[in-house]
Design a protein around this ligand. Structure first.
Ligand SMILES: *[C@@H]1O[C@H](CO)[C@@H](O)[C@H](O)[C@H]1NC(C)=O
Ligand SMILES: *[C@@H]1O[C@H](CO)[C@@H](O)[C@H](O)[C@H]1NC(C)=O
Ligand SMILES: *[C@@H]1O[C@H](CO)[C@@H](O)[C@H](O)[C@H]1NC(C)=O
Ligand SMILES: CC(=O)N[C@H]1CO[C@H](CO)[C@@H](O)[C@@H]1O
Length: 310
């Protein structure tokens, strides 16, 4: 066990060249698939993109077709194919996705339109919540659905700054914005439509280079602890049965290495996959394992969904 751990620690990057990496192409001008969900029939992945739409993958022959959208007043003429970040408040920007298989609802965390849900026929999504404890969502990003209870967990990146502010601050290096710690972990109960704040005063998803673990039950219930410090900036976390995958941007001067790390519930890094050859310096947003493959989301110039056989 110790040997294995040291081995992984010393040689953290797996050589990918002898494994299969496939690009599932997005429609023309469509970029930045952020997160993935699969329906109760195993259909998908579903993914949200820069122009505000959610696409569904229908296999190699069909490819990605339009499924749903979040902005109540979205104009196809203005929005379809746009990469203009300033159109976000008009076109929407669906980020975290998760399917509740018992109710057959796709839940969507939209950066500008809060928490939404849409049924299996797609189309316009319905707003489910826009605030918690009277404080409006400013920038929802991550989302997961508890498959047993149907409870939806979401992250609000900040109560001060929206997606556009954060993007701009990353470019200009605005320290005030980047050191913001008003992020929240939220819980939405679909039976009552109530949103509760589980954790507050959080750094934006990728700012503090660490992962916190929140306890739902047991002696530590309702408390959080730092699970693991990382060499880079983590984005989405997606669970498998015994571990979880995290998209991490590892700083390796002068570039950033897009990396997928598999971590166990005790904070041990079990696997670290380097995707520089496939993504260059594009940042990964999500790595999700489904039926023996990893689905990889990235932005802002990725015009495909990465599919990697594990
Ligand atoms: C809906 O969009 C149109 C065109 O983009 C705009 O003129 C109109 O003001 C919008 N309405 C609302 C309620 O946002
Ligand atoms: C893609 O973008 C280009 C440049 O903005 C535009 O001319 C073209 O019409 C777009 N194509 C589609 C299918 O949206
Ligand atoms: C940083 O961004 C904030 C919020 O947008 C702004 O008020 C402030 O002037 C900016 N600071 C600098 C140094 O650009
Ligand atoms: C220590 C700290 O920063 N506490 C802040 C947590 O967030 C609340 C608002 O949600 C502030 O009032 C506290 O000052």
């Amino acid at each position: 066990m110790l040997f294995l751990f040291l081995f992984l620690f010393s040689f953290p990057s797996t050589i990918l060249s002898n494994r299969i990496f496939i690009k599932l192409p997005l429609p023309k001008n469509v970029t930045s698939p952020y997160s993935f969900a699969f329906d109760q029939l195993g259909g998908g992945p579903y993914t949200g993109v820069t122009d505000g739409r959610i696409f569904k993958y229908g296999g190699p022959k069909v490819g990605f077709t339009e499924f749903a959208f979040t902005a109540p007043n979205r104009s196809k003429e203005v929005c379809d194919g746009t990469r203009d970040i300033n159109l976000g408040p008009i076109c929407g920007r669906p980020l975290g996705l998760g399917y509740d298989h018992s109710s057959n609802q796709l839940y969507i965390a939209d950066a500008y339109f809060g928490l939404l849900a849409v049924g299996s026929n797609g189309g316009p999504a319905t707003q489910a919540a826009t605030s918690a404890e009277g404080v409006p969502f400013r920038f929802l990003s991550g989302l997961d659905v508890d498959p047993v209870t149907g409870t939806v967990y979401i992250t609000d990146f900040s109560t001060e700054y929206e997606l556009r502010d954060i993007r701009q601050a990353l470019v200009s290096g605005n320290a005030t914005v980047l050191s913001d710690t008003t992020g929240r972990l939220l819980k939405y109960d679909p039976r009552t439509s109530q949103v509760n704040v589980l954790l507050r005063n959080l750094s934006g998803a990728f700012n503090a280079n660490r992962i916190q673990k929140f306890w739902f039950e047991g002696t530590k219930a309702s408390t959080a602890e730092i699970l693991v410090g990382l060499e880079g900036r983590p984005t989405n976390i997606r669970t498998t049965l015994e571990s979880f995958w995290v998209a991490v941007s590892i700083q390796s001067t002068p570039t950033t290495v897009p990396t997928a790390q598999r971590i166990d519930p005790y904070g041990n890094i079990l696997e670290s996959l380097n995707f520089a050859a496939q993504y260059g310096s594009n940042l990964l947003s999500e790595v999700q394992e489904y039926h023996g493959a990893l689905y990889i989301g990235a932005g802002p110039s990725a015009d495909f969904v990465g599919y990697f056989k594990v």
